[in-house]
Design a protein around this ligand. Sequence first.
Ligand SMILES: Cc1cc2nc3c(=O)[nH]c(=O)nc-3n(C[C@H](O)[C@H](O)[C@H](O)COP(=O)(O)OP(=O)(O)OC[C@H]3O[C@@H](n4cnc5c(N)ncnc54)[C@H](O)[C@@H]3O)c2cc1C
Length: 306
Amino acid sequence: MTNKALIREVEKAIACPVLYDESMKQHTSMGVGGKADVFFSPTGADELARIVMFLKDRDIPFVAVGNGTNVIVKDGGYRGAILSLKGLRKMGLEKRDAERHAVFAEAGVGLAALVQYCAEEMLTGLEFAAGIPGSVGGAVKMNAGAYGWEMKDVIEKVCLLNDAGGMRDVERAALKFEYRKLHLNTDEIIVGASFLLERGNRESIRAEISRILALRKDKHPLDYRSAGSIFKNPAKTPAGRLIEEAGLKGVRSGDAQVSEKHGNFIINLGQAKAADVLDLMAVVKKKVFEKKGIVLEEEVVILGED
Ligand SMILES: Cc1cc2nc3c(=O)[nH]c(=O)nc-3n(C[C@H](O)[C@H](O)[C@H](O)COP(=O)(O)OP(=O)(O)OC[C@H]3O[C@@H](n4cnc5c(N)ncnc54)[C@H](O)[C@@H]3O)c2cc1C
């Protein structure tokens, strides 16, 4: 039986819509790529667990995504199930002591909503995440960061779902973070996370958020679709500077272009295909190595097949 035929069985056990041959263009900020065999949008953690157990039992590959702002799906699409966690949206406050509170947010909560919520609750620590367009799950998995801060600096614990349907909380000390990565076991999914934050002043928090949003608007090509930084920053020099110094700003492959505004952004001028983006990434890597002797490493996550 094909993945799709097998998955029709699970529809009987779950309430959320199941989409077949779903184009991933509309679920990724880059706006490129092929179709997923099946696309699930569970509305809660229990439903997600049921879907995962079903898929695991039948050996159907699956992957969780949030807002799709750090993902490129290849033009041949994804053979298996993509689980969109955008429907997991619970968020709340957990008091810790006089000076600190934790905010719990499910994986699908957008960072923008989380940052605003913290400002409303007069909690400081997550302002750096203002303007990062991801979800909590994606941001924790990618250890997203900006302006000297990363998710690992404010995480208290993460709730993980394993492929047997079990959920467990893992404290910060037991989590292995590195630059733009949280190590997880195969097929483990982030269901939510708690962030430990300090009491602050609402106006100062709001001012910091505005300052960061203005900086980002000034530096990033936000008028175009992109996946943010395409490459990780090497230890000594930011990838954007290396790409600019290699003379690559403005270089195109089809409708994919190295942004004139920021060298580490590849933008979609309109009709780019995933192959255009990947070809351009290969050109950038080759040229930067030739001119600078540095091997750039992809930050963006590439899924699917050619
Ligand atoms: C304009 C723009 C600006 C950006 N600026 C920044 C920045 O300043 N700093 C930065 O770090 N990033 C930045 N990014 C990249 C991106 O927004 C972040 O990495 C973000 O945290 C990804 O979240 P997401 O929900 O979109 O994840 P997705 O793109 O959906 O997924 C990213 C990865 O995480 C995995 N994943 C997603 N959700 C889960 C889950 N619940 N459990 C397990 N795995 C999961 C996916 O399988 C994939 O491997 C930017 C992107 C854009 C488009």
